[in-house]
Ligand binder design. Structure first.
Ligand code: FES
Ligand code: MG
Length: 591
């Protein structure tokens, strides 16, 4: 009996026709006839076509060094599929690299998710392996894959190994930022910064610290969708290839048992993912991505909000000692036991009944794969009673400046006094204004000032750029100031650190936004303790300024747009909902 739902090996008997998919030509028998003709053109026999068809999403691109190992992974994945009795067929989707996706990769994430969803739906695949790694790729694939709801197994490309310059280990991209800050402050020279540049990204694979890519890989493991070591095995390692082979096997099993992501993923799975996010000191970007992923799930959309991140944070310690919150690199995390060690440690905080793609619950999976801690593992993945940071690595703030929420990675603060701080605002209207004035010797700013950057939200600077890490004004950096309280409606790279409030909602470009009407000298306070972000002017004054801004914004300010940008600008939702398009969420929207 044929095992593929699409059954392209079925003979052209009288009355037979396509059972699955669109009968695009009206006549389902003729549709089968055509499909058979064209699949034969690809060289497949009826025997091959009777097997479960495992689609493999190939996101290789010459512009994406984080995915440079995809050709080797493909070979290993296909081996796994074939050994398990499936037929592997690869197909491309968009590939996004952080540095080569203008204006931002976040702007294109939803496009990639649409590409992923529609190609999974359109093609005769019984299960899909999605190969991805760089920051926005895994979120886009999970968003699209959950919406398409065919069996889906992610395969992560894996982290880079660290480089070394003059005896100091280096890794993208926490060390990109710290070295650049040192160069700006004049403590290292041009020769050294050029030497560092050579070594920051020394192999293929994703950034080697707990940035967004590594965070999303760990989250995917916590969701029960990949082998646990698949979150951390280096891109250039035989383990990574063996994970790829195993992924092929898992996909064939998932195709046969029809394990769909909407059935596997429950509220418990996502609460586990958020627990893991807090324990690894993961990227703030993961908050936006997780909200987008959750809101793609018909049973969970609206069930988990930003507050869940804060509530889980209050009971979850930061355990993983990796940059930017700690000191080490992803390869150290892998050698210390990776997600297997971490999930065993977090066991009392997890929903062990959550399903996994292995057909076992998370609890059963952990029971079947014990882990014995050793000295190095305890240093990198701390026990619950010896945490790196007691609780609340990532916090959610509310207040009149962020009525719908804002996010801060408290564990990455470099000056903890700033976590409960108030001071006068120094406001930059947009990124151009920031780059024009931040190093101006006449800028009126002190270490107590609160730096505010407007217009980098989902709509304001389409794609919500990672410009939230506002640089310390040069004149203060030269005096040794390393951290200041900084606020914006944008994002920050998961590899960056400082006392930085991000994703302020509603963003400054929304007419009613309080962030949009902040002026130089307004007093702003941030209280980690009370989870508050407040602008200390009266509600009447806020309303007056909002009204004034409405009156003075002319229609000339809005210029016509076309193409994807028009779609993006009309439909992107706010950070607290995931910056997805309204019509892509499970609740849908109107075109
Ligand atoms: Fe791809 Fe950092 S640039 S993961
Ligand atoms: Mg990044």
């Amino acid at each position: 009996m044929a095992q593929s739902d699409y059954d392209l090996s079925r003979p052209l008997e009288k009355g037979s026709g396509l059972r699955q998919g669109l009968t695009s030509y009206g006549d389902s028998h003729f549709s089968l006839f055509l499909r058979k003709a064209f699949i034969k053109a690809a060289g497949y026999s009826d025997d091959a076509l009777s097997k479960p068809v495992i689609g493999i999403i190939n996101t290789y691109s010459g512009f994406n060094p984080c995915h440079a190992n995809v050709p080797q992974l493909l070979e290993a994945v296909k081996r796994g599929v074939l050994l398990s009795g499936g037929l592997p067929i690869e197909f491309p989707t968009i590939s996004l690299h952080e540095s080569f996706a203008s204006p931002t990769s976040m702007y294109l994430r939803n496009l990639m998710s649409m590409d992923t969803e529609e190609m999974i739906k359109a093609q005769p695949v019984d299960a899909v392996i999605a190969i991805g790694g760089c920051d926005k790729t895994v979120p886009a694939q999970l968003m699209g894959g959950i919406s398409a709801n065919k069996p889906l197994i992610p395969l992560i490309t894996g982290p880079m190994t660290p480089g070394s310059y003059r005896g100091v280990r280096l890794g993208a991209c926490t060390d990109c930022r710290s070295n650049w800050a040192a160069y700006r402050a004049g403590t290292i020279d041009l020769e050294d910064i050029a030497g560092v540049n050579e070594e920051l990204a020394p192999t293929s694979g994703t950034c080697g610290v707990m940035g967004t890519a590594s965070t999303m890989a760990c989250i995917t493991a916590a969701l029960g969708l990949i082998p646990l070591r698949g979150a951390s095995a280096p891109a250039v390692s035989s383990t990574r290839l063996r994970v790829a082979e195993e992924t092929g096997t898992i996909a064939v099993t998932a195709a046969k048992s029809k394990m769909r992501p909407q059935d596997i993923l429950s509220k418990g799975s996502f609460l586990n993912a958020i627990t893991a996010l807090q324990a690894i000191g993961g990227s703030t970007n993961a908050v936006v991505h997780l909200m987008a992923i959750i809101n793609r799930h018909p049973k969970l959309a609206g069930e988990i909000t930003l507050s869940a991140f804060d509530e889980i944070g209050r009971r979850t310690p930061l355990l993983v000692d990796l940059k930017p919150s700690g000191d080490n690199y992803m390869t150290d995390f892998h050698n210390a036991g990776g997600m297997l060690a971490l999930l065993h440690t977090l066991r009392p905080l997890l929903d062990l009944s959550a399903k996994t793609v292995f057909g076992k619950t998370l609890g059963e999976l952990l029971d079947a794969t014990p882990f014995r801690p050793f000295d190095l593992s305890r240093q990198i993945i701390r026990p619950l009673n010896d945490a790196l940071y007691e609780a609340s690595s990532l916090v959610v703030l509310h207040g009149n400046l962020a009525p719908d929420g804002a996010v801060m990675k408290a564990s990455a603060s470099k000056d903890r006094r700033l976590l409960n701080h108030s001071g006068p605002a120094v406001v930059f209207r947009n990124t151009e204004d920031l780059s024009r004035r931040i190093d101006d010797p006449d800028l009126e700013v002190t270490p107590d000032s609160v730096l505010v950057l407007q217009s980098i939200g989902p709509q304001g600077h389409p794609g919500m750029p990672e410009a939230g890490l506002i640089p310390i004004p040069r004149k203060l950096a030269e005096k040794g100031v390393k951290d200041m309280l900084r606020l914006s409606d944008g994002r920050m790279s998961g590899t960056a650190g400082g006392t930085i409030v991000l994703h302020i909602s509603p963003e400054s470009n929304i007419p009613s936004s309080a962030l949009g009407i902040v002026k130089d000298g307004d007093n702003i306070s941030c209280s980690l303790q009370d989870r508050k972000l407040e602008l200390h002017i009266s509600a009447e004054e806020i309303a007056r300024r909002v009204e004034e801004r409405r009156r003075t914004t002319t229609s000339e300010d809005s210029v016509p747009v076309r193409g994807y940008r028009a779609l993006y600008m009309s439909h992107v939702n706010q950070a607290q909902d995931g910056t997805d398009f309204d019509f892509l969420t499970a609740k849908g929207g109107r075109i």
